[in-house]
Design a protein around this ligand. Structure first.
Ligand SMILES: Cc1ncc(COP(=O)(O)O)c(C=O)c1O
Length: 359
C-alpha cells in the first residue's frame, strides 16, 4: 500500500475534452482568452468575491501584489509559511522582517508584528496557515494605524469563509494558489483578490507586461498570465468544488475524531465563525525527535506524512531573520497527514491507528 500526502482531484475526461475542443475552435491559447474570462467570472461567483485575477501561480500573484508598493524597504511577515511567502518578499527587493507567530493559530502574531514596525515598513504580509484565518481584525487595525497595507498569503484558502464571508475579502490584497497540491487546483495557477478595484486593475496590467492598451504601458510588468488550458481545467473542476469541500471537511473531522484524544498531540481548532476547507491535517505538540520517528515509521509503511511548514523561514540563511522561537518549535515538530478527495475512511482509520500506536 502507498498513501501519498496529496493527490489532485481531476474532473471527468469528457468535461475537460469539451473545453479543449472549444480552445481548438477558438484558436486562442492564452492572453486573456474566453475561457480565462469565463473562469474568472465563475470562480469569483463561487468564492463570493467581486473579481479575481487568474495568474500563472500563487508566487507570481505575490510578486504582483508586492509591486503595488513603493520599491524597497521592509515587509513584516511570518516565519511560519511556505518559502514562497518571504522568498518573494526578498526576490522583489524588500527586506523580510520576521515577527513570531501566535502559538494557537500559528499565524503572524499582531503584537509581535507591532514591535517590528520602523519608518521603513512598507506592508504587513501574513499567511492564513493551513487555510485557517490569521487575526485579520488586529492585523487590519495595526496596518491601518500605521498607514500601510495588509496583504494575505491565502494560498490555502479556497472556499474558506469567516462570518459567512470569503476569507479572500480580508485585507488589501489576498493571493490564492491553485497549484496541484491545493484543495482546488488548475495544475499550476493562482488568483489575486483586491479590496480596491484600482489595485485589481494594476495587477491585471502587471500580469500582462504592464500593457494599458495594445501599444500603451503605464509601468513595468511581467508575464504572470495563465493559459486557456489551465482555465479549462479550472472550469471543469468548478462544478465539483462544493462536493470536494464537503468531503475534505468530513475527512478532516474523521481524523479529528480518531486522533483528538491521543495524549501529547495537538490538533488545530477551527474557529467557530469559520467554514474551513479541510486543506491540511497537521499534528503538533510532539518533540522533533518523536515527530521524526513517526514520519519515518509511517514512510516505512508506505504512508507519506509531510513536514509542512519546515524550516521556519527566519532560519533560511539568505533571509537573515531574527529568532522566532514559537515558529521554530512548530516547524521542527509539525507534520501533516495524508489528505485528499479519494482517501477512504478505512485508510484514514489505518493511518490514525498507526499514529496512535507510534505515539
Ligand atoms: C503558503 C503558500 N504560499 C505560497 C505558495 C506558492 O503557490 P504556488 O505554488 O501556486 O506558486 C504555496 C504553495 O505551495 C503555499 O503553500
Amino acid at each position: 500500500m502507498r498513501i501519498p500526502h496529496s493527490k489532485p482531484f481531476l474532473p471527468p475526461d469528457e468535461d475537460y475534452a469539451a473545453l479543449i475542443r472549444e480552445i481548438r475552435e477558438n484558436g486562442w491559447l492564452t492572453n486573456h482568452g474566453p475561457l480565462v474570462q469565463r473562469f474568472e467570472k465563475e470562480a469569483a461567483e463561487f468564492l463570493g468575491v467581486p473579481r479575481i485575477s487568474f495568474l500563472s501561480s500563487g508566487t507570481s500573484g505575490l510578486q504582483c501584489a508586492l509591486r503595488t508598493l513603493p520599491r524597497g524597504g521592509e515587509i513584516i511577515t511570518t516565519p511560519f509559511s511556505y518559502v514562497a511567502t518571504a522568498g518573494t518578499v526578498y526576490w522583489e527587493g524588500f527586506t523580510p522582517v520576521f515577527a513570531d507567530i501566535d502559538p494557537n493559530t500559528l499565524c503572524l502574531c499582531p503584537e509581535k508584528a507591532e514591535e517590528k514596525f520602523t519608518p521603513n515598513t512598507r506592508a504587513v504580509l501574513a499567511t492564513h496557515v493551513y487555510g485557517l484565518p490569521a487575526d485579520t481584525r488586529a492585523l487590519g487595525a495595526l496596518a491601518r494605524d500605521r498607514g500601510v497595507p495588509v496583504m494575505y498569503d491565502a494560498a490555502h484558502c479556497f472556499g474558506v469563509k469567516t462570518n459567512g464571508k470569503s476569507l479572500l475579502a480580508e485585507g488589501d490584497i489576498s493571493i490564492l494558489s491553485t497549484h496541484a497540491t491545493k484543495v482546488f487546483h488548475t495544475a499550476n495557477g493562482g488568483m489575486a483578490v483586491c479590496a480596491n478595484p484600482e489595485d485589481q486593475d494594476r495587477i491585471d496590467r502587471f500580469r500582462n507586461f504592464g500593457h494599458d492598451g495594445p501599444n500603451r504601458f503605464d509601468g513595468p510588468g511581467i508575464n504572470a498570465k495563465n493559459s486557456e488550458f489551465h482555465a479549462a481545467l479550472g472550469l471543469a473542476m468548478l462544478p465539483y468544488a462544493g462536493e470536494i469541500l464537503d468531503r475534505r471537511r468530513a475527512q478532516w473531522k474523521r481524523y479529528a475524531d480518531l486522533l483528538g484524544d491521543v495524549p501529547g498531540i495537538r490538533i488545530l481548532s477551527i474557529p467557530e465563525n469559520t467554514e474551513h476547507n479541510g486543506a491540511y491535517f497537521p499534528l503538533l505538540g510532539l518533540s522533533p525527535e518523536r515527530a521524526g520517528k513517526i514520519i519515518d515509521a509511517l514512510a516505512a509503511a508506505g504512508i507519506e506524512a509531510r513536514r509542512y511548514f519546515s524550516p521556519s523561514l527566519n532560519k533560511i540563511d539568505y533571509m537573515k531573520g531574527d529568532a522566532c522561537p514559537i515558529s521554530e518549535a512548530a516547524a521542527d515538530s509539525v507534520f501533516c497527514l495524508p489528505l485528499y478527495h479519494t482517501l477512504s475512511a478505512d485508510s484514514q482509520e489505518e493511518i490514525a491507528e498507526r499514529v496512535r500506536k507510534l505515539i
